[in-house]
Design a protein around this ligand. Structure first.
Ligand code: ADP
Length: 411
């Protein structure tokens, strides 16, 4: 354990995740300094009476290593709310003594979806079948005139670890978020068109998983290697964007065990320190596949702010500061988190809708204060704590989510 809790922690990224960390930091007596490009990013623009975010940020893009050097001068250690960093520049800082938590070694295999899949595969964890797309892969895809021909060519070809059949999933290897950069493709001509559109972008193709449920797990590992895993959640995506999270997920014990094994294996293998979000697919055969790892606090863990004894934000700060991890227990039977997603282009702050939602029993509204709304943009979220027997968790959660969504869109 670190001998002393750091007084100042630097955060690379200034979105809502950093803003929510600000309130957790105050309870631990830690100050946060933010590196972010815009003064109107949530962590800087939105003040909160409890927040200990330094009002003077390092105003620079998250991948600006020279700016991170300035951040390091003002803090004892640096962590991440955003993984779109320049690892090579950060490695130079690490060599000169800057402390990053999680470490750059732990982040290294996670920042590129192909490298992440390869790492998971190598340590024996289940992932969808995948293949990086290099120019020679594309030449074969372009040469195919029909889906059947594509399947035939890729079945015979040693450079394709699986035969390409539709639907399949094309992903940009880096910088994807909220489904941007993820394409579910059902025909050859769309695949060929996207190949042209993204010809200068590293891409990955993977099998489409006909999952029955999407799950996520938030887990933390401290400096001594202790691990705590929050209740498994069900996530519901529409057009690749998360709309709802139900905690806890109602699944069999064997599924819960698979998820816990996955979380423990990843955290131990990486000697990871901090919070991690792991997105999972559950198949109809009861198998769990890993979709994606986020090396930071995660949208599927926002319910922990209001419905758990320790929020994911506090847990992350505890882990990286050398404090013992807090309790991961729910403080209610169940909870549902609904993302308040933009559905139009404007600069409305939706106060009427927010007030109506806040009046629902057990509801906690978080508003990120973004100046611009656009379709699909995360503007805030609501957690509703539920009183319900286990057998009715899913039904109660879905009914509550629909109520919130109606107020959000129609008020
Ligand atoms: P992002 O990194 O932008 O969040 P993801 O890779 O997590 O993108 O994909 C977003 C969503 O797209 C997933 O939650 C899931 O609904 C769908 N998806 C992604 N990969 C697959 C896949 N291989 N099979 C089926 N659906 C997928």
């Amino acid at each position: 354990m670190a001998s002393e809790v750091p007084k100042k922690v630097g955060i690379i990224g200034g979105g809502q995740l950093a803003w929510m960390m600000g309130q957790a930091a105050s309870t631990l007596g830690i100050k946060l300094v933010i590196q972010t490009p815009q003064v109107d990013d949530p962590a800087i623009a939105l003040t909160h009476p409890l927040s200990t975010i330094d009002p003077v940020p390092v105003l620079a893009p998250v991948n600006d290593g020279a700016a991170t050097a300035q951040l390091a001068h003002r803090c004892q250690l640096i962590t991440f709310e955003n993984e779109f960093v320049n690892l090579i520049q950060l490695q130079q800082l690490e060599q000169s003594g800057v402390c990053f938590r999680p470490s750059l070694n732990a982040l290294n295999p996670l920042l590129d979806k192909y490298k992440q899949r390869s790492f998971l595969d190598k340590i024996g964890l289940p992932v969808p079948r995948f293949c990086p797309l290099h120019p020679y892969h594309w030449s074969l895809i372009r040469k195919s005139r029909t889906s059947a021909e594509l399947r035939e060519i890729t079945t015979a070809h040693g450079d394709f670890p699986f035969s390409l059949t539709f639907p399949l999933v094309l992903k940009t290897r880096c910088h994807g978020y909220d489904g941007q950069g993820t394409f579910i493709i059902s025909d050859l001509s769309t695949l060929q068109t996207l190949g042209l559109q993204f010809q200068n972008t590293p891409l990955l193709v993977e099998e489409f998983v006909p999952f029955v449920q999407e799950l996520a797990i938030i887990a933390a590992r401290d400096l001594d290697g202790h691990i705590k895993v929050y209740p498994l959640v069900e996530t519901q995506q529409v057009n690749q964007v998360c709309h709802r999270v139900i905690a806890p997920a109602v699944v069999d014990q064997s599924i819960l065990q698979q998820c816990h094994r996955i979380a423990h294996t990843i955290l131990h293998q990486l000697e990871y320190v901090g919070i991690m979000g792991i997105e999972l697919f559950l198949t109809s055969q009861g198998n769990v596949l890993i979709n994606e790892i986020a090396p930071r606090t995660h949208n599927s863990g926002h319910f922990t702010l209001d419905a758990c004894k320790t929020s994911q934000f506090e847990q992350h700060l505890r882990a990286i500061s050398g404090l013992p991890l807090g309790s991961i227990d729910l403080t209610c039977d169940a909870a549902v988190m609904i993302n308040l997603l933009g559905y139009e282009q404007n600069n409305d702050q939706y106060e009427v809708q927010r007030q109506a939602i806040a009046q629902l029993p057990g509801a906690f509204v978080w508003w990120y204060g973004k100046s611009q709304s656009r379709p699909g943009r995360k503007l805030g979220h609501v957690t509703v704590k539920l009183t319900t027997p286990n057998s009715l968790i899913r039904q109660t959660a879905l009914e509550t989510a629909m109520e919130v969504e109606n107020l959000w869109r129609t008020h």
